[in-house]
Design a protein around this ligand. Structure first.
Ligand code: GDP
Ligand code: GDP
Length: 441
């Protein structure tokens, strides 16, 4: 189909009760071919999802255990919710259980849910440290009724077999993304904040192509806007338009849905409602985007609903509420008066441009020298961090690695100072950046 943007890495989701080893497996699969194992994130926390480069297939892996943003124990209801979401969107579900604990009641309940799933499910029996253990515990898990692999995520037993099984369970290769797309935008936000209206109003009378894929596991309808020689793609607008019928769904934040959208887009548009202000779900979504360092623009929509005299107050309110994600630019829009709409795509392009910046080593080293000269790392128990050099291994968003004598000597305040210097010298004011510190040994 002309203009079809068919690209999505297969989506593999790990579910299971707490402590079975989900994050251990996640880390092992994700980090196996990364040299970053010993990096210490500075202002950046570890991601909850990532791209696994397999032997034959690449895929996106999500650890649902990490998706709970609030501190504290994971509640059963929350685990069910993650499983339901996985059943909705995963190409493959890895259902993990603890081989040293046998089948628990919760495992059985999750299995019953998963048997209803039309998605492929693979049972991963973890904490099995070798052939002997495997032979002993295997029989316990047949009753759950899934194809299974016995592994030790911590020690590596049977991991190549599991990797092979994962890759061969994935759907056939999908077409690569069309490089002609200039900017891919995803729309995030609560229902009724105006996401569909924004797309429709932005499209206006422009030439619009709609691409869709029928008959695949996920329907994705992308809308393409052509302006001059530029092509803008609003991804997965079906997901945006699909209205939920269950009322308590309205206020629920779905990290899996957000991940699915963001992994395909260059810039996310987080749409907020000027009238209702920031509610809990908006905050969760924004914390998630901030944590994952996703390039974004915040769109405060329906400003026509606010009396002109209160606009100053409105902006101060959002400035305060959004302070924890200071790099994200904010634009105030109305689909009715068209206020702000002309600036939206240019602002997203600015974010895109900054998120793709690549800086040479010479400039980075000058930057470090100046930053350290202006403000030395503080003494930590009588020792001082020494920064040898800085590299930029990645973009989208820009990723910086400081090579230092001992990453433990870089405290959060100094990491924040370095981030500020990077932003200032490189003119990166609207993109997220990732900072890592690596020891020289
Ligand atoms: P999650 O809550 O499901 O993400 O579980 P974690 O990955 O945090 O693991 C829970 C505990 O099980 C940790 O103490 C891990 O070190 C341990 N663990 C994970 N995998 C294995 C394994 O293969 N063998 C053993 N013996 N312990 C493991
Ligand atoms: P979505 O669920 O986020 O896609 O929201 P919709 O685009 O369906 O909009 C929800 C409701 O808000 C509809 O009744 C729209 O007409 C209305 N709406 C959208 N944008 C605006 C706006 O800028 N101002 C006003 N007053 N209403 C708007």
């Amino acid at each position: 189909m002309p203009g079809c943007r068919v690209f999505m890495l297969p989506f593999v989701v790990i579910v299971g009760r707490p402590n079975v080893g989900k994050s251990t497996l996640f880390n092992r699969l994700l980090r196996q071919n990364k040299a970053m194992v010993h990096d210490r994130p500075g202002v950046t926390r570890d991601s909850l999802y990532g791209r696994v480069q397999g032997r034959t297939r690449d895929y996106t892996l999500v650890d649902t255990g990490g998706l709970v943003l609030e501190q504290g124990a994971q509640l059963e209801e929350e685990i069910y919710e993650q499983v339901r979401e996985a059943m909705h969107s995963a190409d493959l579900i890895l259902f993990m259980v603890d081989g040293s604990a046998g089948v628990t009641a919760l495992d059985e309940q999750l299995a019953a849910m998963l048997r209803q799933s039309r998605r492929p499910v693979r049972l991963v029996v973890n904490k099995v440290d070798g052939e002997e253990r495997a032979a002993l515990v295997e029989g316990d898990f047949y009753s759950l009724g899934f194809d299974m692999n016995m592994v030790s995520a911590a020690h590596g037993y049977n991991m190549p077999v599991l990797q092979e099984a994962i890759e061969s369970s994935l759907p056939a290769h999908e077409e690569p993304e069309d490089q002609a797309a200039h900017l891919r935008l995803s729309l995030l936000g609560r229902p009724n904040v105006g996401k569909s209206s924004l797309v429709n109003t932005l499209l206006g009378q422009e030439r619009v192509l709609v691409s869709s894929r029928a008959g695949t596991t996920r329907d994705c309808v992308d809308v393409i806007l052509e302006k001059g020689d530029k092509r803008y793609v609003f991804i997965d607008t079906a997901g945006v338009r699909r209205k939920t019928t269950i009322s308590d769904d309205l206020e629920r934040f779905s990290a899996l849905r957000a991940i699915r959208s963001c992994q395909r887009s260059d810039v996310a548009l987080l749409v907020l409602d000027a009238l209702s202000g920031m509610v809990a779900q908006d905050k969760k979504l924004l914390s998630f985007l901030e944590r994952e360092k996703i390039p974004l623009v915040i769109v405060v929509n329906k400003v026509d609903q606010i009396p002109r005299k209160d606009l100053g107050k409105l902006k101060r309110y959002f400035q305060d509420e959004l302070a924890f994600c200071a790099h994200a630019p904010v634009i105030y829009t109305s689909c009715i008066t068209r206020a702000g709409l002309g600036g939206l795509i240019p602002l997203a392009e600015k974010v895109l441009g900054q998120s793709r910046v690549r800086v040479g080593t010479g400039e980075l080293n000058r930057l470090v020298r100046d930053a350290v000269q202006a403000h030395q790392p503080p003494l930590v128990k009588g020792r001082r961090a020494k920064i040898y050099y800085l590299t930029q291994p990645g973009t989208s968003p820009p990723e910086f690695v400081f090579f230092v004598n001992d990453p433990g000597l870089i405290k959060p305040a100094y990491a924040r100072y370095l981030e500020k210097q990077i932003r200032k010298s490189l003119g990166l004011d609207v993109t997220p950046v990732k900072l890592f510190f690596r020891g020289s040994h």
